[in-house]
Design a protein around this ligand. Structure first.
Ligand SMILES: C[S@@+](CC[C@H](N)C(=O)[O-])C[C@H]1O[C@@H](n2cnc3c(N)ncnc32)[C@H](O)[C@@H]1O
Length: 265
């Protein structure tokens, strides 16, 4: 993982070299449409309030739970205790990105959604609410954390989510073999190069032309930057959008020319 100084430098470089996020000079009708109808959609959707209320509740929960630490890699280290509010502060995606993912689901209406890394289920809630008639499968290794996520889903009455507990290396292949196709995936756990590429390849094998994959923390470490570069250059990938803290991947062969965009967000 890069230290704070290095990450800030990288962010500054991204900020100065990314297109301004208003769609000017973006020579892709699809990306222009994405910027104007998804990225820049400033409407306050009703569900934002209920998810953020739940986040607030978790941020005030000082309960200590035993958590299996999967770290960046998947080698299970002995259980350690963490407070729920500390997990809510450090592991959960901010509302800016959760709400962007909600808008992506709402706009593109994918039907089969997958999240790798549930944590407390805050981003899962945004994904689920984007298309209540979709089915969201969310995978989490730490059973105690998954149990809290399930309580959150119950309290928000989100009935379209299934949590799969276990190490991704075991749960992902069996889940994918049952699902056949994934329309949208958010990969937010285990930030190792080899694992990220492996998850991407598995998702690709179960994709269709309109599938969308979102990868978290693509500039978090040199390993993640290498994985992101590998994915960008993969022959099946036709379009990528780098928003610094997340990367978006499209595999639609209708986009004849491979294009990579870096957009300020
Ligand atoms: C960054 S958090 C996910 C945050 C969540 N997507 C959100 O925004 O609310 C990553 C989660 O992935 C889980 N995780 C990491 N590596 C894993 C693995 N190899 N197998 C299963 N779970 C794993 C961790 O336990 C952690 O809860």
């Amino acid at each position: 993982m890069y230290n704070h100084f290095k990450l800030s430098q990288k962010f500054l470089y991204y900020y100065l070299t990314a297109s301004n996020g208003k769609g000017h000079g973006v020579h892709s009708p699809f990306v222009f449409d994405f910027i104007n109808n998804v990225l820049l959609d400033k409407k306050e959707y009703d569900c934002y309030h209920s998810v953020e209320e739940r986040r607030k509740f978790l941020l005030s929960n000082k309960e200590l739970i035993a958590v299996e630490d999967f770290g960046a890699g998947s080698s299970l280290t002995p259980s350690n205790s963490r407070r729920v509010n500390a997990i809510a502060r450090s592991s959960v995606k901010s509302k800016k990105y959760g709400q962007l993912l909600f808008r992506m689901i709402q706009y593109y209406q994918p039907a089969v959604l997958l999240e790798l890394g549930t944590s407390l289920g805050i981003t899962s809630a945004y994904l689920s609410l984007g298309n209540p008639s979709a089915k969201l499968f969310t995978c989490e290794g730490a059973g105690s954390v998954a149990a809290i996520a399930q309580k959150n889903f119950d309290s928000m009455r989100l009935n379209n989510i299934a949590i799969i507990v276990g190490d991704f290396s075991k749960t992902l292949p069996s889940l994918l073999s049952n699902l056949k196709q994934i329309d949208f995936a958010f990969v937010d756990g285990n930030h190792r190069k080899a694992s990220t590429i492996d998850y991407f390849q598995q998702l690709l094998d179960h994709s269709k032309s309109t599938s969308i994959f979102v990868l978290d923390d693509i500039h978090w470490s040199s390993e993640m930057e290498e994985a992101w570069s590998y994915i960008q250059h993969h022959p099946a990938v036709t379009l990528t959008i780098d928003l610094f803290f997340i990367g978006i991947v499209f595999v639609n062969p209708d986009y004849k020319v491979k294009q990579h965009f870096k957009i300020r967000f």
